[in-house]
Design a protein around this ligand. Sequence first.
Ligand SMILES: Cc1cc2nc3c(=O)[nH]c(=O)nc-3n(C[C@H](O)[C@H](O)[C@H](O)COP(=O)(O)O)c2cc1C
Length: 313
Amino acid sequence: MMQKEISIAPMLDWTDRHFRFFLRQICRHALLYTEMINEHAIVLGDRNRLLAFDALEQPLALQIGGSDPNLMAECAAIAQDTGFTQVNINAGCPSTRVQAGTFGACLMAVPDQVARCVEAMQKRTTLPITVKTRIALEGPGDGYTELHRFVQTVQAAGCRKFIIHARKARLTGLTPKENREKMSLNYPLVYRLKQDFPHLTIIINGNITSLEAVETHLTQTDGVMIGRRAYADPYFLATVDNRYYHDAHPILSREEIIERMLPYFENQMKQGIKLHTMTRHLMGLYYQQPRSKEFKQTLMQNDLKALKAFLNR
Ligand SMILES: Cc1cc2nc3c(=O)[nH]c(=O)nc-3n(C[C@H](O)[C@H](O)[C@H](O)COP(=O)(O)O)c2cc1C
């Protein structure tokens, strides 16, 4: 049987390198994604800052927001040089800022454009090019015809893996948050997509919040992508290596995880990174645990000594 995939969704402002390093203490094998980075920023920006990561974060996919085949191809070459495992095109994010740049969810309306990007990118890299999208733009019907057409067009250009956030996107009048909350989920359409394209890798995303739900989705798809839940309660991923990747390493306690983060924090601080920039991502470590409040208060003290004292209590 093919290895099923568990991945953690790209989330702007959340899945930065510090969160990813932290998550790796909990789970070694899930595929991680960067935040979305714009095509212009990758080509023209400060790559050492924008694209840097620790080898421990691998396997790691670079998510790009863009739609210019030449720029996207350049980005793909850069991704390979930098050491990423995969390159992902964001064709699903519905924020208005994103639309102005003709990338994100509005790309669902122009599958040919996405196909041209995939083609151009594949000429410059041997890394897999993948696409993250939603079912369709808001409109009549359930959106399956549009989804099928989109995937048909983009796979013809060579894309073999699609991550489908199982809801439609509305391009006007809703914030991305409202777009996640108000548009309804339709998992069966993603299952149907897998049946219609059995040779493609189809990953399902949207409100997957428990390992029971993961199990259910894995019977119908090739993998799941988990977003907000992984940030709010990262420790729920502690058994993922064991359950899905046949890696029976001992599961670290929350305290052991913090202990392992201490040298990382010290090291990064020496390079000028503020402690809070990193520890803000740990707020959910004790989600619904007796020490949750105590831990969050400790983090707010913004002092490594306080964290060490927490471990000794
Ligand atoms: C704070 C935040 C930032 C996000 N940023 C991105 C992004 O950069 N690129 C992207 O494709 N999706 C982004 N998303 C959408 C997620 O990747 C995911 O598709 C969505 O949250 C649904 O999954 P979930 O219900 O498991 O959270 C973001 C979501 C959140 C909550």
